[in-house]
Design a protein around this ligand. Sequence first.
Ligand code: SF4
Length: 290
Amino acid sequence: MSNPYKTRDGGATVTVFAPYDCGNHCPFCVNKEEYADTSGFSLEKILESIRQIEAFTPRCDFVFTGGEPLANLESLQRMLDAVPSTHRVFINTTLPVMNEYSEDDVVGFLNANQSKITCINVSRHLYKFVEEGNDEIFGKLLVPTRVNCVLFYNHAPERMLEFVRRFAPWNVPIQFRADYTKTTPENLYDESEDEILRDLRSILKPTLLEGCRIRCNYEFLDGEHKISYHKTLPYSTITETDADGKTYDILYDVLIKQNGDFHSDWTGVPMDLEDYKKVVFEPYDLHRIF
Ligand code: SF4
């Protein structure tokens, strides 16, 4: 640890990497390599880490990601059961229909866990990077859903509008995501060079922009259908010196890796939980900009 930690009231978002690979090879994926060697993966250690950190920040958000959290429903059930109802819980998934699970199995599992899940973020893209099930599944889910779409390759406005309207029958909100490997502190809020933003403004009705030090979110409407455009830095720690001259590492995300280890950033930085327990809390700096 280089500096004492600071984070927002309630605690940093805890992202848990499920110990199961997905069957996909998205060109923008930064997690895939970690699933090449599964020998150190441990569900038991992940569960222990979830219990430890939620006891310290009993109101933080949890995000289950991967790999593919729905690749093993029995394990996901155990992870969901380890998170008390004081937390918001998000699942990043492709809604896979794998060999051992049918669509009915997946729908049944998610609906049975409705009270434990805040939202399911489903990966769908302008190009078919992931194995996609039937879109009708959105009409069967009782849990709130959102489509996450990473904009990669060509993203002509008419293609984005067609994509938005594909999900309109179920009124599933869409979050377009910029390729964050290209996002920097200098261009995070810059609009002059942002072609995606220009194109979205040409086809959708802008409603608001909110953001913080590390990420921002433009919101739009297509009729009553909600669409957003999300930009984030490729790391989640900001180092800042406060008015008293004390320097802190400000954490936005804490990670639980596939082997149960804690990391303080997406860039491979290990974190000692005892150091995190000394964290200083500050008000969340997410605010509405227009
Ligand atoms: S589905 Fe997710 S984890 Fe799998 S390759 Fe695509 S981005 Fe990576």
